[in-house]
Design a protein around this ligand. Structure first.
Ligand SMILES: Cc1cc2nc3c(=O)[nH]c(=O)nc-3n(C[C@H](O)[C@H](O)[C@H](O)COP(=O)(O)OP(=O)(O)OC[C@H]3O[C@@H](n4cnc5c(N)ncnc54)[C@H](O)[C@@H]3O)c2cc1C
Length: 342
């Protein structure tokens, strides 16, 4: 075990999505010794599932490809040099007599901390794959579960299966450059937002209520698909170059579900100061729920600020309610000087 792992941190953030990354920056503003533990090998969280998507709804940021936004958040998260731990899924929690916590990963590594900030989002998400025998053999060629490079679809016939926000967002982006986009959905209604659905209907061919029943390929490359009408059983064949399956993700909170935290249907309950039912444990982002919770990147940032402030006050009840704004925060004085000199 390395020494930094054995040290006692003021705050340990579980999850390195937008909530966790922004919390790491803000806890630096509050001069807290900070560690982020992320189960995957990189920061970014759920945003990694839509790297090519243009994000419009983050305050003060012009429309930006999601991977660029991750880059900026990552840079900001590292401002105060937090300890970053990758590839460890935190599983168990122990409270010691001195009220500090020990977190243990699934692989047995231990982490010591005075407070915990849960930013585990949708947990260990697993993509819902196409339930058709042999489908996995096309995963390295033209069957996709996410889109990492839009240009791949230029001038091609692209079939997109799904009816949620992701499927419809991809259809709208890909329709701008593909030869043809066909959206296949097994229900009569889309669950995606109305406006993008209208846009998609104008630009794409829609087959509903249909689902993919067979894939036909040669050399591990799908050449055409069989669709089945989910009510009549009628069969249709379509020639395609690329298939994108966007059937959502399974949420799996693993052992975090066994910590005894109060929860509601959609997440762990917190109060208005992002305190969970266990003193010393706070939450932010999609992992938590409260009356007016906003499940957006901007909502995650706001939760993170509130949660870090609460953790600071838990450790130091006499501390101020919030960090000094960046113009008055002594932690920026040296950094400002360095920036102005550049
Ligand atoms: C299709 C789709 C499109 C979206 N588009 C937008 C958009 O345009 N604009 C917008 O503002 N929002 C959008 N959102 C919402 C946005 O993605 C989420 O609100 C945001 O990702 C939540 O961030 P988070 O940090 O709470 O969780 P996540 O991003 O889910 O990150 C959680 C992290 O915790 C890690 N983790 C989980 N359990 C453990 C554990 N036990 N130990 C260690 N690590 C763990 C995970 O690996 C993950 O990296 C979209 C969501 C979807 C589904």
């Amino acid at each position: 075990m390395n020494t930094r792992q054995q040290e006692l941190y003021d705050i340990t953030i579980i999850g390195g999505g937008p909530a966790g990354m922004y919390a790491a920056f803000y806890s630096g503003m509050r001069a807290m010794r900070t560690k982020i533990i992320e189960a995957k090998e990189q920061l970014g969280g759920f945003m990694r599932t839509y790297p090519e998507k243009l994000i419009w709804d983050v305050g003060g940021v012009e429309p930006i490809h999601c991977e660029k936004l991750i880059e900026s958040l990552e840079k900001q998260a590292k401002t105060f040099d937090p300890t970053l731990v990758f590839g460890q899924e935190i599983a168990s929690l122990e409270r010691r007599e001195d009220q500090t916590f020990v977190l243990t990963s699934k692989t047995g590594e231990r982490h010591y901390t005075r407070t915990i900030l849960l930013c585990a989002g949708r947990g260990m998400t697993q993509v819902q794959k196409l339930d058709i025998e042999g489908a996995n053999r096309y995963e390295l060629t033209n069957l996709h579960y996410t889109v990492t490079d839009l240009s791949r679809f230029a001038d091609k016939r692209v079939l997109i299966s799904g009816g949620g926000d992701s499927a419809i967002d991809w259809a709208n982006e890909i329709a701008k450059l593909a030869k043809q986009v066909i959206v296949v959905h097994r229900r009569h209604e889309f669950t995606a937002h109305e406006q993008p659905v209208e846009q998609m209907r104008a630009a794409c061919q829609v087959k509903m209520p249909y689902s993919i029943s067979r894939l036909y390929g040669a050399d591990d490359h799908i050449e055409h698909v069989e669709l089945v009408h989910v009510e009549t059983g009628a069969i249709e064949q379509l020639d395609v170059d690329e298939i994108i399956v966007s059937h959502g993700y399974d949420r799996d909170f693993g052992n975090l579900s066994n910590w005894g935290l109060e929860r509601e249907d959609y997440g762990v309950s917190v109060d208005a100061r992002m305190r969970t039912s266990i003193p010393g444990i706070f939450g932010a982002g999609d992992f938590i729920t409260y009356g007016s919770k906003v499940r957006l990147i901007a909502g995650a940032f706001n939760d993170a600020v509130l949660a870090v402030n609460s953790a600071k006050l838990y450790l130091e009840p006499a501390a101020s309610d919030m960090a000094g704004v960046s113009s008055h925060n002594a932690r920026f004085f040296e950094k400002n000087k360095a920036l102005l000199q550049q």
